[in-house]
Design a binder for this molecule. Structure first.
Ligand code: NAD
Length: 475
């Protein structure tokens, strides 16, 4: 049975009831799973009023209470992981094992926020006069509006919700209409945990209409968005016009540098597995491969062999390693990338086409000898395509890696200490992974530089974007 879809406003779950609805479909079968109600303008205004009212109490709530609720949400997420994960696979498409791992990791995120919210400290600044006490206080910013995408629906939403609620803010979240079950599941677990009405509100609708309404409202003090760079810039511009704080976790185009001295078999194996995770619809997916001359052919051969063996299918089938793309839009995007690569003389070594069956299935694809000015090497593919290019001189590799406006993640394979140090220092990215993948843990910061975003989620930085600093001086 699929999740019952609803709005969640002021502690109440509200279903269709005369509202506009949209179909939610399974990307593996194209079957309709349910009807998602859109929030009317009046619903959004009600959510705003509820969040504003709840903030007056929640901002003064004990961190112990916030921590207790977040811990309960972590426990309920673990308890119900199987059912939540099944629904996530149904509406998003990823293999069940990946969905389950997403829910379990999110329970860890909730626990991390439960621990850290008890340590939101201020400080005392020594004063110039003994009769004066100078205090720096950190206070919740206020009502937050958050917008989360469809690729990791539980993960992207729970990180924002836990950070806002743990900091003492209230929040209105618009989740992904394409894959809404995970956000519903989060609302139901916070409700069960006893979160007071109005602290968390969930709305759905036409994304641009909902975001416009919320960002323009004087009630909202902070905007948090995860999604594409163009939409992020649009929302940040509107937030700027109304002088609102922002956190932006946007797209990337993560370079992979494989040096002659790397363990090539290990690199090819790890990168191939990571490439097909969530069918490549991962903002930190490895997306531009630069491989040094001496190992180029060996890397290609091993990498292609690994991807040839990937079992593509319905995420609910036990042997599936890669599911469908989340929606039809991604299939046409893949076709455009591959057509451009072919026109520019690149070689399609594997895949390069959608699979001939019902559902949004695309073949794992490897494109070699691709020029740097191709679409694949300049725009984020957000799909299971790996474009591979060669380099001779390390200086050239670092320059090409840093040449795009993105700066989210970067990957480096080398067994030379100096090269590893150089990568850590020189790569323009918010997260640099050397000889393994280690980003996105609750205790480590996740975020980008350049066009890839503003601010970090997770780590001890996680509440920074949800707090304001107040200075109090007293005599
Ligand atoms: P898109 O740009 O239309 O939408 C991306 C996300 O933003 C979706 O969740 C969508 O609902 C939301 N959105 C779009 N317009 C909005 C608006 N005006 N206000 C609020 N939310 C809005 O693209 P898409 O086809 O859904 O996804 C493809 C692209 O999105 C990819 O190329 C990738 O760069 C990006 N993306 C990034 C992430 C990430 O984790 N950073 C996640 C999903 C998608």
């Amino acid at each position: 049975m699929y999740e019952k879809l609803a709005l969640y406003i002021d502690g109440e779950f509200l279903d269709g009831d005369g509202r506009v609805t949209q179909d939610v479909t399974n990307p593996a079968t194209l079957e309709v799973l349910g009807q998602l109600p859109h929030a009317s303008g009046a619903d959004i205004d009600r959510a705003l009023a509820a969040a504003q009212r709840a903030f007056q109490t929640w901002r003064h709530s004990s961190p112990m209470l916030r921590s207790e609720i977040l811990r309960k949400v972590a426990a309920y997420s673990r308890r119900d992981a199987e059912a939540i994960a099944r629904n996530l696979t149904l509406d998003q498409g990823k293999p069940l094992a990946e969905s389950t791992s997403e829910i379990i990791t999110c329970a860890d995120h909730a626990d991390w926020h439960a621990e850290e919210c008890r340590r939101i400290y201020g400080r005392i600044v020594p004063s110039r006069h003994p009769a004066i006490r100078q205090m720096v206080l950190r206070e919740p910013v206020g009502v937050c509006a958050a917008f989360t995408p469809w690729n990791f629906p539980y993960n992207q939403a729970i990180r924002k919700v836990c950070a806002a609620i743990g900091a003492g803010c209230t929040i209105i979240l618009k989740g992904p209409e394409d894959a809404p079950s995970a956000v519903m599941a989060i609302a139901r677990r916070f409700h069960e945990a006893g979160l007071p009405p109005g602290v968390l509100n969930i709305v759905w609708g036409v994304p641009s209409e909902v975001s416009d309404h919320l960002i323009r409202s004087p009630i909202v003090r902070k905007i948090s968005f995860t999604g594409s760079v163009p939409v992020g810039k649009q929302l940040a511009a509107l937030a700027g016009a109304h002088m609102k704080r922002i956190s932006m976790e946007l797209g990337g185009h993560s370079p992979v540098l494989v040096f002659n001295d790397a363990d090539i078999e290990r690199a090819a194996h790890q990168l191939a597995r990571f490439k097909v995770r969530n069918a490549g619809q991962v903002c930190i997916s490895p997306t531009r491969f630069y491989v040094q001359d001496d190992v180029y052919d060996r890397f290609l051969k091993t990498f292609v062999a690994e991807l040839e063996d990937i079992k593509v299918g319905d995420g609910l089938a036990p042997d599936t390693e890669m599911g469908p793309l989340a929606h039809e839009r991604r299939l046409s995007a893949m076709a455009r990338f591959v057509e451009d690569a072919r026109t520019r003389g690149a070689r399609v070594l594997l895949g390069g086409e959608r699979l001939d069956r019902i559902g949004n299935f695309y073949a794992p694809t490897v494109v070699s000898d691709i020029p740097d000015d191709s679409l694949l090497m300049t725009e984020e593919p957000f799909g299971p395509i790996a474009p591979i290019s060669r380099f001779t001189d390390p200086d050239d590799a670092f320059q090409r890696a840093n040449s795009l406006p993105f700066g989210l993640a970067a990957y480096v394979y080398t067994n030379t200490l100096q090269t590893a140090h150089r990568a850590a220092n020189e790569l323009e990215a918010g997260m640099v992974n050397i000889n393994h993948f280690g980003s996105a843990l609750p205790e480590t910061p996740f975020g980008g530089v350049k066009d890839s975003g503003v601010g970090s989620e997770g780590g001890s930085e996680t509440f920074d974007g949800y707090l304001v600093t107040k200075f109090v001086t007293q005599r």
